[in-house]
Design a protein around this ligand. Structure first.
Ligand SMILES: C[S@@+](CC[C@H](N)C(=O)[O-])C[C@H]1O[C@@H](n2cnc3c(N)ncnc32)[C@H](O)[C@@H]1O
Length: 212
């Protein structure tokens, strides 16, 4: 399903500021291996939010080979330094991320974990300024209480793929992933402890702020 005017994605991408060669190499790697990353328009938005908040502590669930991590780490470095947690259950991806993030010279800020992401957040614990979730979509609804619990008041949760290529509107699609995206949207919309916007950037980014 085409979500936008055909010119919009390229137009938005043409407006993103120049980015380091390593980020461009990561984009080329994603394209060559058909690996789903948030891409430069959403990456730049994540960078903007992280800078705007002055975030120093970021936790990411479902980090792949570290593309979205790179945007958070660049912003946290500009904010004066801190911690960015990278979690993926695939050791090879974790190693690839370490290589790319070393090249980008942000490695000292990044903590790498291999395992199930929601469980890892529970085990590592702590309070974060920003938590980004990009795990398998059937896991979205159950992640929310854990994400919320580990956000500081005023902290921001980000979820990717909240338009799910338009599958959320297809009533015949009752797959666990599509149901997961729908359910999380409802859960957050009805949660009195937060306020949120669903931004139609790329595949949809949900941004929620913890109020209390
Ligand atoms: C969509 S990709 C991540 C892309 C990354 N956020 C980026 O934009 O660069 C999701 C990754 O997280 C992994 N993953 C999915 N669900 C997970 C879970 N529950 N725990 C740990 N890793 C998970 C997937 O195998 C995949 O490598």
């Amino acid at each position: 399903m085409q979500l936008y005017h055909p010119h919009l994605p390229n137009y938005l991408e043409s407006l993103t500021p120049p980015r380091p060669a390593t980020l461009q190499a990561m984009e080329a790697h994603a394209q060559a291996t058909n690996f789903p990353i948030v891409g430069p328009v959403v990456g730049q938005f994540f960078y903007l939010i992280t800078r705007l908040m002055g975030a120093r502590r970021v936790f990411e669930l479902g980090s792949g080979f570290g593309y979205s991590t790179a945007w958070f780490a660049l912003a946290v470095r500009e904010n004066g330094g801190g911690e960015v947690h990278h979690v993926v259950w695939d050791e090879t991806l974790s190693k690839q991320a370490q290589e790319f993030l070393r090249e980008l010279e942000v490695l000292p800020m990044v903590r790498f974990h291999v395992g199930e992401a929601v469980q890892t957040l529970q085990q590592v614990g702590g309070e974060y300024d920003l938590i980004f979730c990009d795990i398998d979509k059937d896991g979205y609804p159950a992640s929310w209480q854990v994400v919320k619990q580990h956000l500081r008041v005023g902290g921001v949760a980000l979820y990717d793929n909240m338009l799910w290529s338009g599958r959320i509107w297809d009533d015949s699609d009752t797959s666990a992933a599509t149901q997961g995206v729908r359910a999380l949207t409802r859960i957050i919309a009805e949660d009195p402890d937060c306020t949120f916007s669903l931004l139609p950037l790329r595949d949809g980014v949900l941004m929620a702020v913890k109020l209390r």
